[in-house]
Write a protein that binds this ligand. Structure first.
Ligand SMILES: [Zn+2]
Length: 638
């Protein structure tokens, strides 16, 4: 190689101002800026050697007055400070204050969120006003100074709480149970209660933000500490209870017949009716005097919810030692199948993503459109079998995200709703396999992409839920589409699923942040995915792959000129059709775009290519399908 003098070359360079020669790194493959890894959260996406999180154990005693609709409680919280910081105050959540006249939700009075498919999420309380009265919040026998700020309460500690220290709070509180608790809890008159957000809960103190003090104003759900629960509920004697946790006093709350049927159900593949339709009708008609007290315990959960009614039918079955229960009113006719749906969901998710960790999985039919708590979900009666399966299964999917993998729902709904929606399509395809619904349900993701991807209107997936104008897209459908494409077209099924299982395993009963997920998928999946997360999570990048032209380069090779005209980059699959009408698929990895947005696919071909189709299975949300196809012009007759 000869080295020529540079002088002549310099003379050839155009006279461009120096400033204009400077370019930023606009490569789609540039490094994604994430928080620096540290000893709490490692570079591999796993919890680091110094990872810590706080612990909160609750003992709660509550009574429900079904005439005044007042729930009153007393209890203790044992709070352990595992952080390296000394705390002088703590924050708690008082969600029922969302309905107070001065609350953010009440003052703004925003219209309900409308979801694709007709679901309406109304956080307003539908005209109800109310709030929590905290009658006592004490430690070591002394009332603590507290300040209520909307749905949050700051409590001054009597003495600083050092690292490794613990404090026992002693509390008493009460609130009027709203008929419509922001679509997440509520009641039907005095006959059916679905109770959640019902006790003062510790806000999360973590290594990323310290106290997490985003208020509860509606769209953003919950971020909670793990701990054990010991709960005592005193309710009208005729009520049957379904709850997070295991019943500790079965002899007092269930009849001998119910207990015998329940024992049989534990080993049953098909439902055993614990309360039959006739018994449910008789229970509903009877006015049992007095009260009954239920004792429930749960270990290592991030929340506790319960439901109660004198009108429930109750079916149960068992899978792998897990009791599967469905409680519903006799009018909910589709619920005859609900136990089978529930059992399928728990088994399917367990086998795919890690075994369900709790002793029972229970779902309750009622007015709530669909809501999830540890071991317990609230699901509506539904008019269509497919809808019932979807909601019932979706709420159980939440047992993995966010009950087991305890992400921050208030900031990152895509890490629970989105991950859950993704695993839901697999479950629905399995349950309805061979039917039109089962074989096409996932395609709705692409239809919704088309509807949502409007320039100037669409927001990035990372948008906080309270700022999202289309939560159904940003929190549910777009992340489900993202993970579908990551699995099917980028990582491959095996690598993807192994990585997602690894994420679940690493962050079980812990608090992952987005970077922990990104890093785990890259490390366990075996690919740099910075480009992928940037496009899908942080931008509204759109995909437009195109086949520009095709040339027969020689007798046995064909060049296909491809271009990437949008902002999103993805690997390319193309289908070649040959002169003899046979077809062949060729797949090009993401590295095809390393040198820019044009790529020439040089392929050995045995015969002339007459047509080329990009994305032949239609998996991508490509905004312009017209340029995805090339066809050789038919020869014109002489
Ligand atoms: Zn959900």
């Amino acid at each position: 190689m000869t080295v020529r003098p540079l002088l002549a070359l310099v003379a050839l360079l155009p006279a461009v101002p120096l400033a204009a020669q400077s370019v930023a790194d606009t490569s789609p493959f540039r490094t994604l800026a994430l928080p620096a890894p540290n000893r709490m959260r490692g570079a591999s996406g796993a919890p680091g050697p110094d990872y810590w999180q706080q612990r909160a154990d609750y003992v709660l005693r509550a009574a429900l007055d079904t005439a005044a609709q007042v729930l009153s409680g007393t209890g203790t919280i044992h709070y352990e400070n595992h952080s390296p910081d000394t705390l002088t105050f703590v924050w708690l959540q008082l969600e029922q204050n969302m309905f107070a006249p001065g609350s953010v939700t009440h003052v703004l009075s925003q219209p309900p969120l409308l979801f694709e498919g007709g679901a309406v999420f109304d956080f307003s309380g539908k005209g109800f006003t109310g709030s929590v009265t905290v009658e006592r919040f004490a430690a070591a026998g002394h009332e603590l100074v507290r300040t209520v700020e909307g749905t949050l309460m700051r409590v001054e500690l009597a003495a600083p709480l050092p690292p490794g220290g613990g404090v026992d709070f002693d509390m008493a509180w009460r609130f009027v149970v709203p008929p419509d608790g922001a679509a997440r809890m509520g009641r039907v008159g005095g006959r059916l209660y679905e109770i959640a957000q019902w006790y003062p809960r510790m806000a999360v103190y973590d290594d990323v933000r310290g106290w997490n003090v985003l208020p509860y104003i509606g769209a953003g759900e919950f971020y909670l500490e793990y701990g054990d629960y010991d709960v005592t509920l005193t309710l009208p004697a005729g009520f049957l209870v379904a709850a997070t946790g295991t019943v500790g006093n079965p002899l007092e709350v269930w009849t001998p017949e119910q207990r015998a049927r329940l024992e049989r159900a534990r080993a049953a593949e098909e439902r055993v009716q614990i309360v039959t339709p006739a018994e449910a009708r008789a229970n509903a008609a009877r006015r049992a005097p007095g009260t009954k007290t239920w004792h429930l315990t749960a270990r290592t959960v991030r929340d506790f919810a319960w439901a109660a009614s004198p009108e429930f039918r109750w079916d149960a079955s068992g899978w792998d030692g897990i009791l599967i229960q469905t409680f519903y009113r006799p009018g909910a006719t589709l619920w005859e199948e609900a136990n089978r749906m529930a059992r399928h969901s728990i088994r399917f998710f367990s086998e795919k993503w890690g075994r369900y960790p709790y002793p029972h999985a229970t779902t309750v039919e009622g007015p709530i459109e669909g809501m999830e708590y540890p071991m317990l979900t609230f699901v509506p009666a539904s008019a269509k079998r497919e809808d019932l399966y979807w909601v019932l299964m979706h709420e159980f999917g939440h047992e993995w995200f966010p009950m087991v993998v305890g992400s921050d729902e208030r900031r990152y709904p895509w890490m629970d709703e989105g991950f859950n929606s993704f695993i839901d399509y697999d479950a629905a395809e399995d349950y309805f396999r061979g039917t039109v619904y089962g074989d096409t349900v996932r395609r709705e993701l692409l239809y919704q992409a088309r509807a949502a991807e409007q320039p100037g209107r669409e927001q990035p997936l990372i948008t906080r839920p309270v700022e999202s104008r289309d939560l159904s897209w940003t929190a549910y459908k777009k992340p489900a589409l993202m993970l579908t494409i990551l699995r099917e077209s980028v990582l491959g099924r095996e690598a993807f699923e192994r990585a997602l299982r690894e994420y679940v395993r690493r962050w079980t009963n812990r608090h992952p942040q987005p970077a922990d997920f990104f890093r785990t998928m890259e490390n366990a999946g075996g690919r740099d995915l910075d480009w992928f997360w940037r496009q899908w999570v942080y931008t509204t990048a759109r995909l437009d792959q195109a086949v520009d032209s095709v040339r027969a380069a020689s007798r046995d090779s064909t060049w296909v000129f491809l271009s990437n005209r949008g902002q999103m980059t993805l690997p390319v699959t193309l289908e070649l059709t040959f002169a003899d009408a046979t077809r062949e698929r060729r797949t090009f990895p993401i590295e095809m775009w390393n040198l820019g947005s044009a790529f020439t696919a040089r392929m050995a071909t045995a015969q002339p290519v007459v047509a080329v189709t990009l994305d032949p299975d239609g998996r991508y949300p490509d905004v312009d399908r017209a340029n995805d196809r090339w066809r050789r012009e038919p020869a014109t007759a002489p």
